[in-house]
Ligand binder design. Structure first.
Ligand SMILES: *Cc1c(COP(=O)(O)O)cnc(C)c1O
Length: 437
């Protein structure tokens, strides 16, 4: 890096704008927008830019950075593992990180989940569950069970399979012809959960014989705009799935690893899903890595003759670096009282959410665990500009608070020092007030 950070930033941005195609980005806007920060280092709650600015990461870098950036335990574990072996196939070979992590995961997930299938990211964690649920029924006497039930507003990933069970219409229209048929149930976050439950109950009472699984984001529907619902719905849904012998897939890719106040959101409902999908916080946001944890019953459904094996696998299944990072994350939760600290943060966030409810133009403010959301104005619209005004105001004040349409939200690292959280809340509050003025 040269001494002149501004020149560095300009050079990087020029190259980026010429060659990089960014995710979910309208490039005509991007190319004419003010220069974005160019980040060269990230540590704890902070992002450091090439031209010498320090930003508080208010959204955990698209929700992955659950323990803050470059957590010392995670960095050390990856470094140590890298010195020995970066990657080796899980096909026909075994290695310690994958074996140990499976044992450690099984010990902390809800009871009854016994087997771990590894993949690369959040989408594949859910894709694994969908494919396994489908194949299970096909070869275990109920091939007519081939449909999935998902919630309106759901987001389960960006592959064709996970997109098919997603329920965000603005994202979906483009690919509608490519997606498989999915039964949709109302979101318990946008209507009384009792009513939402009555609807999914009626749906399963009528069509359970065709249904392979119900897939949900427990407690918080992230991409829909941090929509939140009570654990009672989840508990009732587990009972309903049991009654009809339909699988329940819990997509905890976002909410897992402490975001909702407990290690896993399902714990608050006291339930065990048949499939638990984990990614994002699994490595503290350090590496793309995922696990789908299933019951012994599911695993047993793939035993027997050769053709019954699960027809699925990725090159980087069980990657030793990812598994080592995940082991370090579990160490942090076990030894550093991460959840205790998160509870302190949650208390301060709750007070802030209460204040935000009184701001003119805020139609709702809500919190689950350390996830906070402020609804700006009317109904959710992904392209709404008010969220981007909050973003710009917060950026000027030193925080990265990327919105979901007209929802401004905070997903701070669970390890964020209290003083930094207070500064973030102050910046976010001021930015919301300013943007709505
Ligand atoms: C982010 C997310 C995914 C997809 O994860 P990727 O790593 O982006 O593929 C799936 N489900 C939920 C609930 C998510 O928040």
């Amino acid at each position: 890096m040269s001494a002149d950070g501004r020149a560095d930033a300009a050079r990087i941005l020029e190259t980026d704008r010429r060659h990089v195609w960014r995710p979910y980005t309208a490039h005509d806007e991007w190319l004419s927008a003010p220069d974005p920060p160019v980040v060269s280092r990230a540590e704890g709650p902070y992002l450091y830019t090439v031209d010498g600015r320090r930003l508080i990461d208010g959204v955990g870098s698209w929700w992955v950075s659950a323990l803050g950036h470059n957590h010392p335990r995670v960095v050390a574990a990856i470094g140590e593992q890298l010195g020995r072996m970066a990657h080796v196939a899980l096909a026909g070979l075994a290695h310690e990180p994958a074996a140990l992590l499976a044992e450690r995961l099984v010990a902390v997930v809800p009871p009854g989940l016994e087997r771990v299938f590894y993949s690369d990211n959040g989408s594949t964690a859910v894709e694994v569950a969908i494919r396994a649920a489908f194949q299970y029924w096909r070869q275990n006497g109920r091939p007519e069970r081939r449909l999935f039930v998902s919630l309106s507003g759901a987001y389960h990933g960006d592959t064709i399979g996970t997109f098919s069970v997603g329920g965000i219409d603005t994202f979906h229209a483009t690919f509608a012809d490519l997606l498989f048929e999915t039964l949709r149930a109302p979101s318990p976050a946008t209507t009384w959960y009792e009513d939402a439950f009555a609807r999914v109950e009626a749906l399963l009472d009528e069509r359970a014989n065709e249904v392979a699984a119900v897939v949900v984001e427990p407690l918080v529907q992230g991409a829909a705009g941090m929509l939140m619902y009570p654990p009672e719905y989840l508990r009732a849904l587990r009972g309903l799935c049991d009654r009809h012998d339909v699988f329940l897939i819990a997509d905890e890719v976002f909410v897992g690893f402490g975001r909702t106040g407990t290690l896993f959101a399902c714990e608050q409902a006291g339930i065990t899903p048949d499939f638990l999908c984990l990614s994002k916080g699994l490595t503290g946001g350090a590496l793309p890595f995922a696990a789908t944890v299933v019951t012994e019953r599911v695993f047993e459904g793939f035993r027997g003759e050769r053709g019954r094996m699960f027809h699925y696998g990725h090159s980087y299944c069980g990657n030793p670096l990812g598994a080592s990072a995940a082991l370090a994350v579990l160490d942090a939760f076990a030894h550093d009282d991460v959840l205790g600290h998160a509870a302190v943060l949650a208390g301060r966030i709750e007070a802030w959410v209460g204040r935000m409810r009184t701001v003119a133009g805020v139609s709702d403010a809500r919190r689950t665990g350390t996830i906070a959301a402020v609804q700006l104005g009317g109904a959710s619209d992904y392209d709404a500009s008010v969220g981007w005004r909050v973003y710009a105001e917060a950026m000027r004040r030193g925080a990265y608070v990327r919105p979901l349409g007209n929802v401004s939200y905070l997903v701070p690292a669970l390890t964020m020092p209290v003083a930094v959280l207070d500064e973030l809340l102050e910046i976010a509050g001021e930015s919301v007030e300013r943007a709505l003025r």
